[in-house]
Design a protein around this ligand. Sequence first.
Ligand code: WT7
Length: 650
Amino acid sequence: MTENTADHLKAYPPTAEFAAAANADASLYDRAAADRDAFWAEQANRLHWHEPFSRVLDWDDAPVARWFGDGKLNVAYNCVDRHVIDGHGDQVAIHWEGEPGDARAITYAQLLAEVSQAANYLTELGLRAGDRVAIYMPMIPEAIVSMLACARLGLTHSVVFAGFSPSALRQRIDDAAARLVITTDGQWRRGKAAPLKEAVDEALIGGSHSVEHVLVVRRTEIEVPWTEGRDLWWHDTVAGAGTEHEAQAFEAEHPLYILYTSGTTGKPKGILHTTGGYLTQVSYTHHNVFDHKPGQDVYWCTADIGWVTGHSYIVYGPLSNRTTQVVYEGTPNFPDEHRHWQIIEKYGVTIYYIAPTLVRTFMKWGREIPDAHDLSSIRVLGSVGEPINPEAWRWYREVIGANTAPIVDTWWQTETGAIMISPLPGVTTAKPGAAMTPVPGISAKVVDEEGNPVTLGETEANGYLVLDQPWPSMLRGIWGDMERYQATYWDRYGDKGWYFAGDGAKLDTDGDLWVLGRVDDVMNVSGHRISTAEVESALVGHSGVAEAAVVGASDDTTGQGIVAFVILTAEAKNTGQDLVAELKAEVSREISPIARPREIHIVPELPKTRSGKIMRRLLRDVAEGRELGDTSTLVDPNVFEAIRTQKTNW
Ligand code: WT7
């Protein structure tokens, strides 16, 4: 980690002051390297075990790991009860800030009472350990309470982002055979109440399904459709339940949650996480990567609980570490672009964790907006979701971090469950744009197609990121499809037993790691993972579309933007522009507004290889306005002339 190599002009060493008080120090790397099992056992003992474990890792059934397999614990007890028992019941767990400006401070004692009520009522409904519960809610405290109540009872939750469509919700409910859906009447979106319960009803229309009850929290007070017997109001049921509930211990490998994420096919993958190893790693990384000090820091992760970042770094990591955190319901520009900075001032936020796309949005809005506020409480800045470009990194540090706050660029995935590669504040000399090094206890490699280590400093993007050792918070499979689990992650370097992450990466001349982005057909739009196949299938679902190809083209703000090329059916031709708008709306409806294409080009043909494979690489060249790459494998190289003409005419 020397300064001034070709890869960077300036590196940022920690200040002596920060290093002296930091949770982490360089010895963590040595201890993890000396005895990995002992290291993870030590981290696991950050938690309360109802029954201690005797074995750390059992990898005999690879690629399905068992961590701390004979230990027993309760996740909710670790996130709530033990802090109250330890005398911290009056500490605020959640400073909740509603979009319309309403606010609630919830102490650990209150959180315990609410989680207990929900646990008692879910038990009364007949739900038992192992059952699945879908949670489809905006960022309100009851969403977190619901997750913790499930965890407490050994129910496996499946949180579905409240921006997802009824059909996406339906698919997820069916795949997991959820018995209960927890939702709200509506959600606040820029001052307007948008219906949500209605979407649940739409998802449940017709056909057989597993859902017995829909539990509804009142949030916006808009009218909701109601099915007597099936639908239940939270305020009539949970709110009146007993506030005491004794947490029971579950095995360390008991399923905690399923979270769906996009893969390279149209069908989302239900990523399965379990309890002991997962909680160990989210707790350990939250402590060391964010340098979190319980009772002192005010932490704010701006993710939504619909994504893994919300699971690991709003709910399980922070609460297991007795964090006081801000949870905000709305968007960063409602009622105006000052909202985040006002929240930081109001609560004295010290640790702030966001996605690069938001940094770039703030840059676009102008530095005078954050400059108008006192952000001096901030001492650690986090980034997640996509590579952060050096320019955004420097702006983030200078404008938001007063040129002193360390930035932790955290690489991980829904599948990894917790942070894997990141600088450690107070330890690492960071470089703008680099995720740097695996955290202590984690092992990663950058290798070529054959599995050979790449040459340091090689800029050519021929490196693939692999994880060559199992880790505690790793996924335990894809729900209901273990073959896909094997094929997606483990077959690529099957003989070596490495996990294939799907990301390109390089090592600079210092050996530090830079993640370059997806190498599969998965796009990254504002840090959200969307598969090209999913968008294509939504497009061809429209009667006017004969064929569609979708690519992610680089975008200044969102990282990538979705660009679609479609061939119309004979009947639909000549409808022109209107159809483009309709197709964009169709994708929003079918998947979610986040999957809405930035551009749709109507083309006469798509570039295909002789084996019929669409050449996405070439379409990306077109979408990004580049000279075409190698077209020699195309059946008809002239197809591009036609596509280009169409594109410029459009
Ligand atoms: C993909 C995982 C991890 C929570 C949010 C996204 C990309 C994530 C970084 C980073 C470069 C990153 C990767 C990864 N990614 N963090 N710090 N630097 N790329 O979770 O939806 O499962 O997406 O996001 O491409 O594979 P996810």
